[in-house]
Design a protein around this ligand. Structure first.
Ligand code: CO
Length: 634
């Protein structure tokens, strides 16, 4: 690495040609458009068909790798898009034969939200390899690398690339302080080197890394180790382009970017300006800017299908608040959605104020999936249900697991009072463990194979059920034609996008009339359309242009609730009923498990009695205040 007398990178070529001489030490680029890009901007709703349109062009750029799987993709695909997650790898591989495929693996959490048993981990990683993943970016939310052991064995056995990841976390605006200082990261990197990783990723999921911290950190890491260093950061706070550039000056080997349309906001820096910035220097990417512009143009054509998912309530594309509250973008939008559904958006400031306290109680963990959800939803529960600070009235099952040690070792100690409360009557025991979590988890796969034997046709189907028993089962029913595919999981066509646009225009000019449910044709397809902050439920008939419109806010439910009824305290999905009609229950006994924001909440009976009515079944979505079951005294 050389600098000229002005301190900027030395220019080795001024020739703006695609076939310019190769740089001495070209920066390697991983593209994230197919995974983290649409996950950050469009709630992971990107469909395979919309990736195919640019896949071959992407393959020609010369990316070090393309991240296209893992993270939330697996969950969203089978839950909301009716797509087989494994199929996406195979399909894209047909169009991209040169560029290695990379996935984001949450260590022992795989692509779910809890630690799975070793047999599930081994099988899942093997199937990811078999389906076409080349590089495994493996992270653990607690930076407890014991959670890499099982996954790494399988990656290595298959001669694939194992990237060890350090989650970048802060407790103040810049690197330093008592916990997340440079020594913390150097120590973690040393652990990874001893572990035998092929490369080290600094994963800055919230976009917190300041440019000079990135410089100092990469410099120090390059001095300490010869293992390639990869920087992943988000644009959220607006620091990312500067951080990447300083990291490149410090000698970082690989950085993550997106193609223009999928870049910025809570996503990542765009590749195009970086290519121009480094053009002709000794770190020149060598990429053809014209080809990148063509991809960008092609992507813009499909973007209208996703625009309704973009948070465009603000003009600003940066959120400097993230530096203050250190909340990753995904967690932020989850919290806002959750509070909105509960009509408690006014509590958002209180939630932000409480997050650092809950985080500290729970061992000052980094905030990344799943710990960001664990801390986030527990904070929401505390703000909504606690009568005094630190009460922890409604503790989620995941917080209990964290307190038990089932996620691994937290960065700092857990507040003993909270831990004691969480582990009261905890089924595995009230004494937390210190061993590798995988060591205490009983094998799971045989049970899953039996349970889903009539539905799952191969090992990939079984894995979908192992990771997501409720939504996985529903997906397999769609996949094998056993259940009608709901309209809202079917892909949108450009024609539908145009129709919706026309309806929004009509609504804005007051040309839409409100109709009751009975006027809506039976073949109508329902959409939620947002017009100037108001939610409209729009029904479009498939065969004709007759449309019904209903204002979402006007829907109200009035239900009689008696003492024995169990009511949904928060909106969510029923995971299971622990009791059947006719069963006897005691006050305090768990009757229903409700999933909200991926966290499980056990709902208990308030009375001794008999289950008289069960209103829903596993997999149903329920709103706040819905009566889920009725228990009456004998
Ligand atoms: Co990310």
């Amino acid at each position: 690495m050389t600098f000229d007398k002005h301190g900027v990178l030395e220019m080795t070529s001024l020739n703006y040609e695609p076939n310019r001489p190769k740089a001495a030490n070209p920066i390697k680029i991983q593209d994230l458009s197919f995974r983290d890009g649409h996950q950050s901007l469009f709630a992971t709703r990107g469909r395979t068909e919309d990736m195919i349109s640019v896949a071959e062009m992407m393959d020609e750029i010369g990316f070090h790798s393309v991240e296209m799987w893992g993270g939330a993709t697996f969950d969203v695909m089978h839950r909301f898009l009716n797509e087989d997650p494994f199929e996406r790898i195979r399909t894209l591989k047909k169009y991209m034969k040169k560029t290695p495929f990379s996935m984001l693996l949450r260590g022992q959490n795989l692509v779910g939200y809890r630690n799975y048993a070793d047999d599930v981990v081994k099988t899942f990683v093997q199937r990811a390899v078999d389906n076409g993943i080349d590089i495994f970016r493996c992270f653990d939310a607690l930076n407890d690398f014991r959670n890499f052991e099982t996954a790494a064995k399988i990656v290595k056995k298959n001669d694939k690339h194992f990237q060890g990841t350090i989650c970048y976390s802060l407790t103040e605006p810049r690197m330093g302080g008592e916990v997340y200082n440079i020594d913390y990261y150097l120590d973690k990197a040393k652990q990874l080197e001893e572990f035998g990783v092929d490369s080290i990723c600094i994963k800055d999921m919230a976009g917190l890394v300041a440019p000079y911290d990135a410089y100092n950190l990469v410099k120090a890491l390059k001095k300490q180790t010869n293992i390639p260093i990869h920087l992943h950061t988000h644009f959220t706070s607006g620091l990312a382009d500067l951080a990447l550039l300083k990291a490149i000056e410090a000698g970082v080997d690989i950085v993550d970017t997106c193609i223009g349309p999928y870049a910025y906001r809570t996503s990542h820096p765009a590749v195009e300006p970086l290519v121009t910035t480094l053009y002709g220097t000794n770190r020149d990417t060598g990429f053809d800017i014209v080809k990148l512009v063509e991809i960008s143009k092609e992507m813009e054509k499909i973007v209208p299908k996703y625009m309704h998912l973009l948070d465009n309530t603000k003009l600003s594309v940066i959120d400097s608040n993230v530096i203050l509250h250190q909340t990753p973008g995904g967690m932020l939008s989850n919290l806002v959605n959750q509070l909105r559904q509960m009509n408690a958006l006014d509590k958002l400031d209180k939630v932000f104020e409480t997050i650092p306290k809950v985080r500290k109680d729970l061992g000052m963990v980094p905030l990344v999936t799943p710990t960001s959800q664990i801390v986030g939803i527990q904070t929401v529960n505390n703000v909504l249900f606690d009568e005094f600070e630190g009460e922890y009235k409604q503790i989620t099952e995941q917080v209990k697991d964290l307190c038990y040690g089932l996620y691994g070792k937290t960065t700092c100690g857990i507040n003993p009072e909270v831990q004691k409360k969480a582990l009261k009557d905890y089924p595995r025991g009230e004494q937390p463990i210190t061993s590798r979590p995988g060591d205490v988890l009983e094998p799971e796969l045989d049970k899953i194979k039996k349970e889903f034997s009539d539905l799952a046709k191969d090992i990939d189907d079984e894995l979908i059920c192992a990771l997501y028993p409720v939504t996985g089962k529903r997906f397999l029913k769609w996949k094998y034609g056993l259940e009608a595919i709901p309209e809202d999981v079917k892909p949108k066509t450009m024609e539908q996008v145009e129709k919706e646009k026309a309806i929004i225009e009509k609504a804005l000019t007051g040309k839409l009339t409100e109709k009751g449910d009975s006027d809506i044709p039976s073949n109508a397809r329902a959409f939620d359309v947002f017009v100037e902050g108001e939610v409209f439920k729009i029904h479009i008939a498939d065969s004709n242009s007759k449309s019904g419109v209903k204002k979402g806010r006007k829907e109200k439910k009035i239900t009689q609730v008696d003492e024995g009824s169990i009511v949904a305290p928060i909106p969510g999905m029923i995971v299971e009923y622990k009791k059947k009609i006719g069963d006897t229950v005691k006050a305090g006994e768990t009757v229903i498990v409700l999933e909200a924001m991926k966290m499980f909440n056990n709902l208990e009976s308030k009375v001794d009695g008999i289950v008289r009515e069960i209103k829903y079944e596993s997999g149903n979505s329920v709103a706040k205040g819905d009566v889920l079951c009725v228990i009456s005294k004998e």
